[in-house]
Design a protein around this ligand. Structure first.
Ligand SMILES: [Zn+2]
Length: 332
């Protein structure tokens, strides 16, 4: 198996400060660290006097105040939104009260807002690990789950003023960016390429500190892999993800991320070939070396692969749609 992606956990930030990352780009980081946001949301400012703002972030007063101060005296021409998760788009609404500029995105959230009266997560959402196998209800795990709810929640209210699709160019003052449609993490995900610096604002599509989660039902591993493959022939030399440090060797990382997922798919096909039928059994075979607390996260990853294999007809499933406790078999 090829060596896996090399992740970079070295990322020092000064929350609320304007940090220069290149001649045309600055970053202001929100103090919303979690296991899903790493050190927090990095909001990028492109340009000097006339600027575009990438991913304004969560609706947190301190972060909005820091951005208002950072943008004081400048003209904002566009708010670029990579996708409609709660740690990326919501602050645009508040910033628009200060700066008269359109939001730019692929579209509103792809899913319907859940009915607050409906029962939350069905009780069989788990993969069936015994209590001593996964997720002890420690304080730490609980607070991390809270982090998922608050920081990585969905932004149901956002609708872009300017709808853009793959290849559309957004002209600023003295520079322009190209939108790349990169579904997978969420179907409305965009990356933005800044040709003037051969750089790419990669949102949550490619991050240097972690793999990308592919949450069902809208997340799609097949779409995500296609969205990685479309980056391979491109010539950007640095990526700026919304979480984590700049990625300085994307031409190495992107193929490694692809290889990592392809190797995982092969492992799952091998499990199925050996007659393992449940996600739980596959996790117990494939993740022997990881902390049991991560079994549910591993289960979610295995399930994203099974959904993808089911979608292309290579795997059959005991339910109409793959579920955490379905049984799976290789298709004939
Ligand atoms: Zn996200």
């Amino acid at each position: 198996m090829a060596s896996g992606p090399q992740f970079n956990l070295d990322h020092d930030v000064v929350y609320g400060a304007v940090e220069r990352v290149s001649p045309l780009v600055e970053r202001v980081t929100c103090e919303n660290p979690s296991r899903f946001t790493f050190k927090g949301t990095g909001t990028y400012i492109i340009g000097n006097d006339d600027v575009m703002v990438v991913d304004p972030g969560p609706p947190e007063d301190g972060h909005v105040d820091a951005l208002v101060a950072a943008l004081d005296g400048r003209t904002v021409t566009h708010f670029l939104i990579t996708h409609t998760h709660g740690d990326h788009s919501p602050a645009a609404a508040t910033l628009k009260q200060h700066f008269d500029a359109p939001t730019v995105g692929f579209g509103p959230h792809p899913l319907d807002r859940p009915d607050p009266d409906a029962a939350s997560e069905d009780e069989d959402s788990g993969f069936g690990f015994d209590d001593d196998e996964a997720d002890e209800p420690t304080e730490q795990v609980e607070s991390e789950n809270e982090g998922y709810k608050s920081e990585h929640a969905h932004d149901w209210d956002f609708a872009p003023d300017m709808v853009v699709g793959h290849g559309d160019v957004i002209d600023g003052a003295g520079f322009s960016v190209e939108a790349l449609h990169t579904p997978g993490h969420i179907s409305n995900h965009l990356c933005f390429a800044l040709g003037a610096e051969h750089s790419l604002f990669s949102g949550d599509h490619v991050m240097g500190w972690s793999t990308t989660i592919i949450p069902p039902p809208d997340g799609s591993l097949n779409a995500y892999l296609d969205s990685l493959r479309l980056l391979v022939p491109r010539d950007e030399t640095v990526y700026y993800p919304t979480h984590g440090a700049p990625i300085t060797a994307p031409q190495t990382l992107v193929p490694a991320l692809l290889g990592h997922r392809e190797a995982r798919t092969e492992q799952i096909l091998a499990c199925l070939g050996d007659g393992l039928e449940t996600i739980k059994d596959m996790v117990l075979r494939m993740y022997t070396h990881v902390d049991k607390k991560l079994y549910n996260a591993a289960g979610a990853s295995v399930m994203s692969h099974l959904l993808a294999l089911h979608e292309i007809g290579r795997v059959t499933c005991s339910d109409d749609q793959p579920k955490p406790r379905s049984t799976y078999q290789l298709a004939d």
